[in-house]
Ligand binder design. Structure first.
Ligand SMILES: Nc1ncnc2c1ncn2[C@@H]1O[C@H](COP(=O)(O)OP(=O)(O)O)[C@@H](O)[C@H]1O
Ligand SMILES: [Mg+2]
Length: 302
């Protein structure tokens, strides 16, 4: 395995932005080199310790899904190799973990689709029997399967803030009725196709978030990462039934392991207040988290 990379430092390309996980560099005017680092964010705070292999795993998983879903919607991949746009000395920072993509005009909506009720969806349902204004039947439980997948968009938050659930009407206000309808339809179709496939590999994709952009012709294009354990809730099928019956969160392939540790840790006798800096992760938590990501990819692509 290549060395863990917390923060990339390419000098041959202009750095545009560092996200929670990805460092984006400009390649000319119309392309981006997206380098997925090994950073992990939990509760929207970036942790100090990288998770070895994570960036490469996320990128390989996204590429796997882009390959499977290309017939539903165009995506941002250019098909060129990321190594071709950096110097030889910079190749180790880029290899396996990067995507060379079309630079799109991002649509400021997180296209969330839920097939199961969990997280903020479960929370909203308990308060209003609806999620993002989508009414749901009474009597659903935490982690319960929905009658059909629902589109529950969110507004992308500023760095360090939490995304906020919004209604479909709010999406219409931002992008207009035609694009809103197209985003909703395509998101549900991609989710349904991916979830059906994942189930054959013993994985429930409970929910997921897509990002879209417009290309130079105004064509709606799928961008960012897709269907990774960072952008989705992945539940191994074995743990699901028992957890659901007990009203608990099913064990998952995402960051739940780290989140649980962060919630259990005590700093001078007190819980961490979820503001930076995060408490340092012990080596066994790092290793276990890395293994979870690896297991998810292996299972999916086996
Ligand atoms: N093809 C693209 N064109 C323009 N921006 C993109 C494209 N694909 C992804 N992005 C943006 O690049 C960033 C990816 O970095 P990431 O670390 O995931 O950021 P975040 O902290 O916002 O999740 C996101 O802001 C995403 O919206
Ligand atoms: Mg992201």
């Amino acid at each position: 395995m290549t060395q863990a990379l917390h923060t990339s430092a390419l000098t041959s390309l202009p750095l545009l932005a560092r996200g929670k996980v990805r460092d984006n560099y400009a390649v000319g005017k119309d392309r981006l080199l997206m380098v997925a680092s090994d950073r992990l964010s939990a509760f929207d705070v970036i942790l100090g310790e990288p998770i070895p292999g994570k960036g490469a795993l996320l990128t390989q998983m996204a590429l796997f899904w882009f390959g499977k879903l290309g017939h539903i919607c165009p995506n941002h991949l250019t098909g060129e190799t990321p190594e071709s746009v950096v110097t030889p000395a910079e190749v180790p920072q880029v290899v396996n973990r990067s995507m060379l993509v079309k630079r799109l005009k991002p649509i400021p909506v997180e296209a969330v689709v839920r097939g199961y009720l969990a997280g903020s969806g479960w929370k909203e349902y308990q308060e209003s029997q609806a999620v993002c204004g989508v009414p749901l039947p009474a009597g659903l439980k935490n982690a319960g399967k929905l009658p059909e997948p629902i589109f529950t968009p969110a507004a992308k938050a500023e760095a360090g803030e939490h995304d906020e659930n919004i209604s479909y009407e709010q999406v219409v206000k931002v992008v207009g009725p035609e694009l809103a309808a197209q985003i909703k339809k395509i998101s549900i179709e991609i989710y349904s196709t991916a979830a059906a496939f994942a189930l054959t590999k013993g994985i429930i994709i409970a929910d997921t978030k897509f990002e879209f952009g417009l290309d130079e012709n105004g064509t709606l294009t799928l961008m960012d990462e897709v269907l990774t354990p960072d952008s989705s809730r992945y539940w191994p099928i074995e743990g699901y039934e028992a957890a659901y019956a007990a009203g608990q969160n099913p064990p998952s392939y995402d960051k739940q392991f780290v989140r649980d540790w962060l919630e259990s840790v005590r700093i001078n006798g007190k819980p961490w207040d979820k503001t930076p800096p995060a408490p340092p992760l012990p080596a066994d938590v790092v290793a276990k988290t890395a293994a979870k990501y690896q297991e998810a990819l292996t299972r999916l692509t086996a």
